[in-house]
Ligand binder design. Structure first.
Ligand code: ATP
Ligand code: MG
Length: 686
């Protein structure tokens, strides 16, 4: 088991008794320490279900589960590998009743919250509501509730927001719903205020491991402390230079507090990088150089000097995309062993993906966009999720509103408003109000009929979902349900373009397959092998859906080029990386706010610099950094300047080199010729 670990890593893996912090640069094997330590703990006799490993994304959790599986086999399945938020769900589903929360509480998504806040603050302006959402979320991450926020409000704006926050809190209780911040805040309250629950979990948790520790926020840290208790059996791994979620409340103070809060903390540093060539590492070290240091470290690598980092000056966005795609084609052509999955194009903001998508499509190169609009954000999928949420929690009012009107069923805005007023007056959820005998006389008989019909349908579906087990039954349930509510017709009615409606319907089908698949049972794959997984009821599966924001589990094995934001690329690696749009104004990103103090400006630049460092250190073999001579700003095209970070990478030719433009012309000719030859291979993979 010690295979593939250096001495410092081994020391971290073998330190089982007390708290341990691995503080080390990118690619030094921190995540590897976590997976190996899971194996070591099991080998040392700790039951797998008493180990929790906390990762930053669902995707990282899936990957870690898989890697741990390779090391220890089936036992690894019992380890709780999840994000802090999913851990929160687990705690609340198991013990939330102590806080008055029903087992089947709902988790609100961003849209639900915006519309709820519009209501609480009596505004119709989504931008204002989102501003409140942002502030409330920041307060929650800092551990404040509405009352506390009100007490320390500094101006009128903060006072108003705190009052809205209090109203919002009341609504959440009434709806038996929680938002994302609550998934940390409520478990914290649960463990903090209820000794018996706390002791139960502290006894259960034999060891807690945390990856990407530098990006935890204050409440997550408190939760960790409560979970591990005085025995403090935990391992945290992180890199202060990769802290890129300061804007979401993550704080490096957590790193500084660890040795103070746990004097017996074992701190281990790793300096050997196993990911990148020396040229890439030099560029990374140079970029992060100007930032203040929590602790000094120099990464080194034995993987050889490698090629200098290519700096690409592109005329505009289209040209940049064309050059990135040409680079991928030529690298892939140079070796038959390179796969599409070896390549990634990374950028600062989601909207930058579009031009690359277009170029890749044109070149018939398969790709996926990660960290951008996910499948689950599509309107049709949100519709279905609202319905499913309503089945698991009838009191979920936002889900009620969406399902009652999608597809249209004779329940209009006025009816809903009257129902809403009535519900508020009697402290009922909309669903409860629906069946009340004393509905206001203003509601027409026809509307009442439609409401009752809707209520009956929901009850009936809920009953059936509770008794539907396994993927086959789930699949036919879902098909029948969609027919019952007339969803396909609804898509065609609401879309002028039939092709778009058809595409939406395909998404719906894909979603149903996915949901059904999670209900378990015997599944035969294309090769004819049958596997059997644990059977679950449809209702159980649906309860977990609100939390899953991407189809990442499914995407994992796809052999495709990755397009990703820099934030979403954290912890990952690819042999060949292009960092795009490395311009002043884009990276570092410029916010037009002259009122920011010099200190805040400086901190922002430092965080952007860490983001650049994260980007550079994703690359294993080759790295290209491109910038735009002219870039789009709104509808205009404005002159662009190379980012200061490009100059900071290095000035020497061994580390960075300009990418010659003539190459593109030659490549273009070559690929044009190949396309004419009808490259069968390209078509087969597309
Ligand atoms: P990041 O800071 O980007 O999250 P990390 O410190 O978590 O990076 P890992 O992802 O664990 O680093 O490791 C980087 C790469 O180096 C992986 O491909 C991993 O398999 C490999 N690696 C780590 N340690 C060793 C080792 N001792 N021997 C060989 N390869 C290693
Ligand atoms: Mg890692």
């Amino acid at each position: 088991m010690s295979a593939g670990l250096n001495l410092a890593q081994l020391e971290a893996v073998n330190h089982l008794g007390g708290p341990c912090l691995v503080l080390a640069g990118a690619g030094s094997g921190k995540t590897r320490v976590i997976t190996h330590k899971i194996a070591r703990l099991i080998q040392a006799g700790l039951e797998a279900n008493r180990i929790a490993a906390i990762t930053f994304t669902n995707k990282a959790a899936a990957e870690m589960r898989e890697r741990a599986g390779h090391l220890v086999g089936r036992e690894a399945k019992k380890v709780l590998v999840c994000t802090f938020h999913a851990l929160g769900v687990r705690l609340l589903r198991e013990d939330g009743e102590v806080l008055g929360l029903k087992k089947q509480f709902s988790i609100l998504d961003t849209d639900d919250i915006t519309s709820l806040l519009k209501d609480c603050g009596t505004t119709t302006d989504a931008a204002t509501a989102r501003q409140w959402q942002w502030t409330i979320s920041a307060w929650k991450s800092a551990g404040l509730n509405g009352a506390a926020a009100l007490a320390q409000a500094r101006d009128e704006h903060e006072r108003t927001t705190a009052l809205i926050m209090q109203r919002y809190e009341e609504r959440l209780v009434a709806y038996q719903a929680v938002d994302f911040d609550d998934l940390i805040a409520l478990p914290l309250k649960l463990l903090g205020e209820h000794a018996e629950v706390r002791e139960k979990w502290q006894k259960k948790m034999g060891h807690v491991l945390v990856d990407e520790y530098q990006d935890t926020n204050a409440t997550q840290y408190e939760l960790l402390k409560l979970l591990v208790g005085e025995r403090a059996r935990f391992t945290a791994v992180g890199d202060d230079d990769q802290s890129i979620y300061g804007w979401r409340g993550a704080t490096l103070d957590n790193l500084k507090r660890l040795p103070q809060d746990f004097p017996e903390l074992k701190v281990i540093k790793l300096e050997q990088n196993y990911r990148s060539t020396s040229a890439i590492l030099r560029a990374a070290n140079n970029v992060i150089g100007p930032n203040p240091k929590l602790f000094p470290k120099t990464l080194w690598s034995e993987l050889g000097e490698g090629e200098p980092v290519r700096v690409v000056d592109a005329d505009n966005e289209e040209h940049e995309a064309e050059r990135a795609v040409a680079r991928i084609q030529s690298l892939r052509a140079s070796s038959p062993h390179k796969e599409w999955r070896d390549f990634a194009i990374l950028y600062r903001a989601n909207h930058q993906a579009r031009t690359f998508e277009q170029s890749l499509r044109r070149a018939q190169i398969p790709y996926k966009v990660s960290g951008g609009q996910s499948f689950f954000d599509k309107a049709e999928i949100r519709d279905l999720c609202a319905w499913l949420r309503l089945l698991t929690n009838n009191n979920d009012d936002p889900a009620f509103l969406r399902s009652a009107t999608t597809p249209k069923r004779g329940i209009g805005h006025t009816t809903l408003q009257q129902l809403g007023n009535f519900a508020t007056q009697y402290k009922l959820s909309l669903f409860e109000a629906l069946f009340s005998h004393s509905l206001p006389s203003a509601v027409s008989n026809r509307a009442i009929g439609a409401l009752h019909e809707f209520g009956r349908q929901v009850n009936d579906l809920e009953y059936r979902a509770r008794h539907t087990v396994g993927h086959e039954a789930a699949r036919s349930f879902l098909t029948e349900w969609l027919k019952d509510i007339g969803y396909e017709q609804h898509l065609y009615d609401n879309e002028d373009n039939d092709k778009v409606a058809a595409a939406r319907w395909t998404n719906v089908m894909e979603f149903c397959d996915w949901v059904a698949g999670r209900c378990g049972g015997k599944i035969e794959d294309e090769g004819g092998t049958t596997t059997e997984t644990e059977r679950k009821t449809l209702l159980e599966v649906v309860q977990t859906i609100a939390l899953i924001s991407t189809l990442s589990e499914r995407e994992q094995d796809q052999n495709v080029v990755t397009l990703s934001t820099l934030h979403a690329s954290k912890g990952l690696e690819w042999p060949h990386v292009t960092l795009a749009g490395v311009n002043e104004g884009l990276l570092p990103f410029k916010v037009d706010d002259d009122e920011l103090s010099g200190e805040v400006q400086q901190q922002r630049i430092q965080e952007e610099r860490r983001l650049m460092y994260v980007g550079i250190t994703r690359a294993q073999r080759t790295l290209a950094v491109s910038w735009l001579k002219r870039r789009k700003k709104g509808r205009e095209s404005v002159p662009g300047a190379a980012s200061r970070f490009i100059a900071e990478m290095a000035l020497d030719k061994a580390t960075v080199k300009e990418d010659p433009r003539e190459k593109l012309k030659a490549l273009r000719a070559e690929f044009a010729k190949r396309a004419q030859d009808g490259s069968a291979e390209q078509k087969a993979t597309a």
